[in-house]
Design a protein around this ligand. Structure first.
Ligand SMILES: [Zn+2]
Length: 407
């Protein structure tokens, strides 16, 4: 089907319905699925429906054609609003639809179908507990907002005040339902989890009550954090290092003897990690039931991010409840990419999870060249990655794509 024929199907529910499922370019087989077309090293890119794909079906097809011709195999489009309001970029019945979302055609439907037509896979991306779906729930039910310490510095707090409490069953269900709506409507190949972390340790009523059941006084714990945050973070990190029998934090040169023991903190942390892991496992179970996969953007410095974020991606890979681990290894330093690849592949060795490190094309502080980006991709490949993700489409030039397509 060429572009003109594809565009004839846009807006026709019946036509779109026949495309979903039948047009998938790669047979899905759960964790064994490989987005590669089989001719090169698989590449993915993070992008945004809000920023780039709500203009017209034709513009969507043209943009995606450029990526397909540039060797991109997997697309991870943010499907929430990019601005400050609650809402989404698909014709949702669950969450308010963005004013920028066209009424006569659905940008996510067109995106998924066009990508499939062009031979690419799609994982719609939600910023789980800090996104605009979660924001809508918090606006409706303020008690679902996470309560962080007053002692967090103001800039950090300003960025993180938007978290819903990832521990609360009601919050988890709402985010899960949003993924399910995307799955049922559009038949994507997978579901992408960003902000699959808690922000900081939460002291909402739910968390307080649950911790009391475990015999822990959450206020006292929080007071200890406020008094000596460095010790608290070290103790939490050491607890996990002992559990896994590791002596290095990913991305750190230091060899550590994890001797700091804080049994109460370990218990609190274990509960929080269990709760977040439960969400990851539920989405994975749902995805696999429908012949789909899950992917997650995670922080690279494991397990140091766990005491606050509860994001134990090593566990998710070892328990085979995550199909694509996409650590955000954004740096201008190629040696750092190599070191992270070495450490991360060792930590997830033996799992079925695919390792697709996220590489940055541009950031606020630096920018790479097309050659430097390709060098990082090669380093990741040589370091054992199954594919690589690029952040993000906005920084991806025609020169980048010309080089990437030959990989
Ligand atoms: Zn909470």
């Amino acid at each position: 089907m060429n572009r003109r024929d594809f565009l004839k199907t846009v807006g026709g529910v019946a036509a779109a319905g026949t495309m979903i499922g039948s047009m998938r370019p790669f047979a899905q087989a759960g964790a064994q699925a490989d987005a590669s077309s089989g001719t090169g090293f698989p590449l993915g890119v993070w992008t945004s429906i809000y920023n780039k794909y709500s203009e017209s079906p034709e513009a969507t097809y043209q943009r995606l054609e450029r990526l397909a011709e540039g060797g991109i195999d997997l697309l991870v489009p943010l499907v929430e609003i990019g601005g400050g309001r609650a809402g989404v970029m698909w014709h949702s019945q669950l969450v308010p639809v963005c004013y920028k979302c066209p009424e006569d055609w659905d940008p996510v439907e067109v995106f998924v179908n066009a990508a499939h037509e062009l031979g690419m896979e799609v994982h719609p991306w939600l910023c789980c507990f800090n996104g605009k779906v979660a924001r809508y729930l918090r606006e409706q039910h303020p008690e679902t907002t996470a309560i962080f310490s007053e002692s967090e510095n103001w800039a950090w707090a300003a960025r993180h005040k938007n978290y819903a409490c990832a521990m609360q069953p009601r919050v988890q269900k709402f985010i899960f339902d949003a993924y399910r709506e995307l799955g049922e409507r559009y038949g994507p190949d997978g579901f992408h989890m960003d902000y699959i972390r808690t922000g900081s340790q939460c002291t909402c009523d739910y968390c307080t009550a649950e911790m009391a059941k475990l015999g822990l006084d959450i206020r006292a714990m929080q007071a200890r954090y406020d008094q000596d945050r460095d010790f608290w973070l070290k103790a939490g990190t050491h607890g996990l290092m002992r559990k896994y029998g590791v002596r290095k934090v990913v991305g750190s040169d230091e060899e550590i003897d994890p001797v700091v023991v804080d049994e109460e903190l370990d218990r609190w942390l274990a509960w929080r990690i269990d709760r977040l892991t439960y969400f990851v496992s539920q989405l994975h179970q749902y995805a696999h039931k429908h012949d789909q996969v899950t992917s997650a953007a995670v922080k690279f410095f494991w397990p140091r991010q766990c005491p606050t974020g509860a994001q134990d991606w090593v566990r998710w890979t070892r328990e085979n409840i995550l199909d694509y681990m996409m650590s955000m290894n954004y740096t201008a330093d190629p040696q750092f990419v190599a070191r992270l690849a070495s450490e991360q592949t060792q930590l997830i060795a033996g799992s079925k999870c695919q390792y697709w490190p996220g590489l940055g094309r541009t950031a606020e502080q630096w920018t790479t060249t097309p050659e430097a980006l390709v060098e990082q991709v090669e380093i990741a490949r040589n370091g054992g990655a199954h594919g690589a993700m690029i952040f993000n489409e906005s920084g991806l030039t025609d020169d980048d794509l010309a080089l990437l397509k030959d990989l």
